[in-house]
Ligand binder design. Structure first.
Ligand code: BGC
Length: 761
């Protein structure tokens, strides 16, 4: 290949993302010669010592050979505080306050792989200050159900968007000298019963919908770590799943790094080590003495142990350990990372409705009633699982006060009682009937007082900013939401507010979809501002006041009602039954007052609680709503700005494309309004005359473009034909379905502006 052709080839790769896998070699393989020498010097005990938890977030090195211990840290939206070595209790350091980055769904709403990259570098820099080797993130499972407890941590319902962001995120982490750990591999799409549930999924849906973010992050970003999920897939635990770990991850994708169990997610010794697990965390129940015995008894060969140790050592050698005395010397959160958190937050905010009321008009010093607990609630911590002890977190009210200053009078009322500690501690000490009744009376009284205060503030105001949405206790690891209704009587409250002041802007502080049937008609503008990190309040205030035009786009569909969404419509979810979360056992060992009844959902009591059927196959998210022609509240990819855009002249570089071609699609985009703003141009592929079944359309390219008022740009999108292949179960490989296709280009899955037909031959 001459240089010019090579350069052009590399350029195409850079634009389109690598989609091969066949010839890829992980950079980790370069350490193998050195590792041969190291393993040769290790005793069997030393090897086994590397394969389980030494402390809660540390696995051992080999001191004698100068191999440092390996330090993990949660992820995925900021560096978790320092914990006691053997428990979940905080160590109580001062220096470990980190930057709280906008959570996964907010990051995804930026539709910006470049920002995901910066996000990764920022988090990794803070991990280094804390002496960590591996960040337990990104969390990249597909958002299959709107109620999923970890929707706010995950990125999107769409595999392509999730993949592009995962690649950016992982490259960012690893370029900054830390290993990334993709979690939770695989099909951990629900929190209820996550420790028991067996996912039954078709191979095609698995390969095309659920695995692509993992595949892309391994193949294109060379992710060094993968966390095996708690659940089972096809009858086998993810931490001992030969198909997932040995065949797909290592053999098909060329993964060369380490697989760590989710915390407490190991279930066996022999099957786990043979089928591909490297490190049992956090304990040593299966990979401690039991593994030593298994090797001695001849049930596990020493070669297998060597191979697992090799995979751990590759990552250990690739990541330079931070000397003990250099860790935790200075405050974790630093201004450059805070700036990244601000930039992501600004670009993530989604404007859902605007009846001319935004940006806020502050002429004449209006009185603004700020109503709702979410205006003052911090979201770095809460619920089960990892959070971020933040150095600071600007709440919406603080952001508004800071940015608006004397230009308006802000009056705050809490409005509703937040749901906190949901589901915890209920099993410890049952309350008497009398106590329960007393509590109910007190609650009712409190509600009446809060409502009265809110109505008083609203009545006197020119405008109401109503802060609705969930919080970190409502959306939490370990349990899914029972429904997507707004909590704390918010629907009832907004209806009352509307009677005294209909000039309402509603801001949703949520990481997942809510039911907006009541709120929407009562809101003159509706904004989704996520769990938006350390700088969330400032970013929101800058958007509301018009310093920045909102440019976030939904990474998931808002259904009209929960029952419309695929897994619910097909009765695949909830599965019914009840179970304690796997994580609770680990928590209770050290923190007995915590415990959860998560997983108690019996609306579908006749189904097997331990089996999740994914019979919707590939029809996840918008693929379902489009194909079934079901109306939605807001489509995938949707978001308004303070300006308007015109799409014109869709063109492709050819009319017919072969298997190895890249479709180059261009459109002219013009900002026809008066505000500088970003547009996210989205290209979906619709098959006109296919041989196999397809969803109505699928996202295959996008680009976030910044345009000044009046500016015009030509936007180019590349779609490699090989990215249009499907997983052919009969040949167990990716296969072409060459046919006529229509490229649908628009501003969301529900707003296609221009089209272009081409032929795949
Ligand atoms: C979560 C993981 C997390 C681990 C360690 C588990 O419960 O599922 O995401 O990294 O705990 O905190």
């Amino acid at each position: 290949m001459n240089n010019r052709i090579l350069f052009a080839f590399l350029l195409v790769l850079a634009f389109t993302g690598y989609a091969g896998g066949e010839t890829r070699k992980s950079a980790l393989l370069q350490y193998d010669p050195a590792i041969d020498g190291i393993i040769g010097q290790m005793t069997l005990e030393e090897k086994i010592n590397m394969l389980h938890g030494k402390f809660m977030f540390v696995s051992a090195g080999v001191e004698r050979l100068g191999i440092a211990d390996f330090k993990y840290v949660d992820g995925p939206f900021g560096i978790r505080e320092e914990l006691q070595p053997d428990s979940w209790s905080p160590l109580g350091l001062e220096n470990d306050k980190a930057t709280f980055f906008p959570t996964g769904s907010a990051l995804a709403a930026t539709w910006s792989p470049e920002l995901a990259y910066r996000y990764g570098t920022g988090m990794a820099r803070e991990a280094r200050l804390r002496g960590k080797d591996m960040i337990l993130g990104p969390a990249i499972n597909i958002q299959r159900i709107p109620t999923g407890g970890r929707t706010y941590e995950y990125l999107s319902e769409d595999p392509f968007l999730s993949s592009r962001l995962s690649v950016g995120f992982v490259k960012g982490i690893q370029d900054a000298g830390v290993a990334a750990c993709l979690k939770h591999y695989a099909l951990n799409n629900q929190e209820n019963n996550r420790g028991m549930v067996n996912v039954i999924v078709g191979e095609r849906a698995m390969r095309e919908i659920y695995l692509p973010p993992f595949q892309a992050a391994v193949e294109e970003a060379d992710a060094y770590g993968v966390m095996a999920a708690y659940n089972k897939v096809d009858g086998l635990w993810c931490a001992e799943n030969d198909m997932l770990l040995n065949t797909i991850l290592r053999k098909n994708w060329g993964f060369a790094g380490l697989v760590v169990s989710d915390w407490g997610g190991t279930h066996s010794t022999v099957n786990s080590i043979i089928n591909g697990l490297n490190v049992e965390m956090p304990g040593r129940r299966f990979f401690g003495d039991a593994l030593l015995d298994a090797v001695k008894a001849g049930n596990v060969s020493e070669e297998i142990v060597n191979q697992r140790v090799r995979e751990v050592l590759r990552v250990r050698l690739a990541i330079k350990p931070v000397p003990e005395e250099e860790a935790n010397r200075e405050m974790t959160s630093r201004p450059p990372q805070q700036k990244i958190a601000y930039d992501v937050a600004c670009k993530s905010i989604v404007l859902l409705e605007n009846n001319g009321v935004l940006p806020l008009d502050l002429k004449g010093k209006p009185v603004i009633a700020v109503i709702g607990d979410n205006a003052v609630r911090t979201m770095g911590l809460g619920g089960v699982g990892a959070g971020v002890k933040t150095l600071y977190e600007i709440t919406p009210l603080e952001g508004l006060k800071d940015r608006i200053g004397e230009k308006a009078e802000l009056v705050y009322a809490q409005g509703y009682e937040p749901v906190l500690n949901a589901g915890f501690g209920r099993r410890f000490g049952r309350k008497s009937q009398e106590e329960l009744e007393k509590e109910a009376r007190e609650k009712e009284l409190l509600k009446q007082t809060m409502t009265a205060e809110a109505l008083e503030a609203a009545a006197k105001a020119d405008l109401v900013l109503f802060f609705a949405g969930d919080n970190r206790w409502v959306e939490t690891e370990g349990s899914d939401r029972r429904d997507m209704m707004l909590p704390s009587g918010q629907d009832e409250l907004i209806q009352k507010i509307a009677q005294v002041n209909p000039n309402i802007v509603t801001i949703l502080v949520s990481g997942a979809p809510n039911d907006l049937n009541i709120v929407k008609p009562h809101s003159r503008a509706l904004v989704l501002s996520w769990f938006n990190g350390t700088e969330g309040g400032n970013a929101l205030a800058d958007v509301l006041t018009g310093k920045i035009s909102p440019g976030g786009r939904l990474p998931f569909t808002f259904p009209v009602k929960l029952e419309d969404s695929p897994a619910y419509a097909l009765s695949n979810y909830p599965q019914g039954g009840g179970s304690r979360d796997v994580f609770v056992g680990l928590v209770e060992e050290t923190n007995p007052e915590m415990g959860s009844e998560a997983g108690e959902q019996d609306s579908n009591k006749f189904s097997d609680p331990n089996t999740a059927y994914y019979s919707e196959e590939s029809l996840v998210g918008y693929r379902w709503f489009d194909t079934k022609e079901k109306p939605v509240m807001y489509p995938f990819g949707y978001g308004m700005t303070y300006t308007s855009f015109e799409y014109a002249s869709p063109a492709t570089d050819k009319e017919r494309y072969g298997k190895n071609d890249v479709i180059r699609l261009s459109i002219d985009l013009k900002n026809t309004g008066a505000f500088a703003a970003d547009e996210v141009v989205q290209a979906y592929v619709h098959r006109i005359n296919p041989d196999v079944e397809w969803p109505y359309k699928e996202l295959k390219a996008f680009s976030r473009v910044a345009l000044d008022a009046g500016e015009k740009k030509t936007v180019t999108l590349d779609i490699p034909v090989k990215n249009l292949r499907y997983w052919n179960e009969s040949i167990q490989d990716w296969d072409h379905d060459l046919c006529d296709i229509e490229l649908l280009v628009g501003a969301s899955a529900g707003d296609i502006k221009v089209r272009k037909k081409i032929t795949l031959k």
